[in-house]
Design a protein around this ligand. Structure first.
Ligand SMILES: NC(=O)c1ccc[n+]([C@@H]2O[C@H](COP(=O)([O-])OP(=O)(O)OC[C@H]3O[C@@H](n4cnc5c(N)ncnc54)[C@H](O)[C@@H]3O)[C@@H](O)[C@H]2O)c1
Length: 335
């Protein structure tokens, strides 16, 4: 049986979640991990039973690692993707965002293509059972999206590293997911973006903690994305695990993803509820299926999805929203 041998760059919360998923997938070996905090690498190595590297170079030089997971802070993603590829690695999973600027995102995308790297960007919300079901219903033609709302209402987290201005603020943290979901649900490209991104909770030392963006699509559909970290902690857990909510309206009715727990359909006057399986930390947030998909793709030499093009698109939409907010104008997109 072919195996996949993995090295982790970054040993924090997301690395741990991915590693726990990977441990459930046959044929996967966790080989080594590196974090710039030696304590974080050490703890991760002990918990997950892999060895510890003392630098990214040391980890990437290991011939027994064929696949790299990048789970560091945002400002290192583009450089680490390049470093992996230049070290000869051809299978890379990177947490969102792929980069913080369009120049970096394009350079990385071109390098991934040129070197035929199997690359996946960590947009896990496409893999939550509720969103998978929603996409199936839309692809079956049960509803043609005209108006979409995507809400990410998180418990406070923008006063951590994620809210440092150099890490991209709420638009990078949550907009990457929300804009990608809006595109995924509508199934078309965005032609115009408007946005207000503000500090409504935190002071000037932190980046924007709240945003409302409007996307207009080539096919005439529109989406609003509301992003903030002002929900009480239990909001993302109980009742309903509401952190992410999606409403899709069309001429035949509406489909609502109410958090992670299930969907409500009101189509052609009929009300239907679809419950997802009972809550499981790795499955309900899409992490397990996201990792399964990546590993299956690497083993079959297929192109995983979402890939570098989707990663680039997410960066492009975040950047457009940033410009729209800063310049108080509608930003047109090339598609
Ligand atoms: N998809 C999701 O649901 C989701 C949720 C949370 C975070 N994330 C993403 O996961 C990534 C990591 O977030 P996290 O919550 O695990 O953060 P974290 O702070 O828990 O872990 C990140 C680790 O990376 C290390 N690190 C940072 N920069 C580094 C560098 N240049 N070299 C080596 N180590 C470095 C830090 O020391 C830290 O231990 C981010 O891209 C974030 O946006 C995704």
């Amino acid at each position: 049986m072919e195996t996949v041998s993995i090295g982790f760059l970054g040993c924090g919360e997301m690395a741990r979640l991915h590693a726990r998923c990977l441990k459930q997938i046959p044929g996967v070996n966790l080989i080594a991990a590196y974090d710039r905090s030696s304590e974080a690498s050490q703890t991760f190595g002990e918990e997950l039973g892999c060895s510890v590297a003392h630098s990214a170079e040391e980890l990437l030089a290991r011939p027994d690692i064929d696949t790299v997971y990048i789970c560091t802070w945002h400002d290192s993603h583009a450089a680490l993707i390049e470093q992996c590829i230049k070290s000869g690695k051809r299978r890379i999973f990177c947490e969102k965002p792929m980069a913080l600027t369009m120049d970096d995102a394009r350079r990385v995308r071109d390098l991934i293509r040129a070197k035929r790297v199997q690359f996946m960007i960590g947009l896990n919300h496409r893999f939550t059972p509720a969103v998978v079901k929603l996409k199936e219903l839309l692809e079956a033609g049960r509803l043609h999206p005209k108006m979409v709302t995507v809400t990410f209402a998180c418990a406070p987290f923008m006063d951590t590293w994620a809210g440092q201005p150099e890490q991209g603020g709420i638009l990078t943290n949550l907009g990457s997911h929300a804009f990608d979901l809006a595109r995924w649900v509508v199934g078309d490209e965005v032609v115009e973006v408007s946005c207000f991104a503000e500090r409504t909770r935190l002071g000037p030392a932190q980046a924007e903690d709240s945003a409302v963006a409007t996307l207009r699509f080539r096919n005439g559909a529109m989406a609003t994305c509301t992003l903030h970290d002002q929900a009480p902690v239990p909001y993302s857990l109980f009742p309903g695990r509401n952190m992410v909510r999606i409403e899709v309206f069309g001429s035949d009715g509406v489909i609502v993803c109410r958090g992670l727990d299930g969907l409500e359909l009101m189509l052609n006057g009929r009300l239907e509820q679809i419950a997802c399986d009972p809550y499981d930390e790795l499955r309900s947030w899409g992490y397990l299926d996201e990792n399964r998909h990546f590993i299956q793709a690497t083993l079959s030499e297929a192109n995983p999805s979402p890939n570098e093009e989707e990663g680039l698109k997410a960066v492009e939409l975040v950047q457009a929203a940033r410009v729209a907010s800063a310049e108080r104008r509608v930003v047109g997109m090339r598609c």
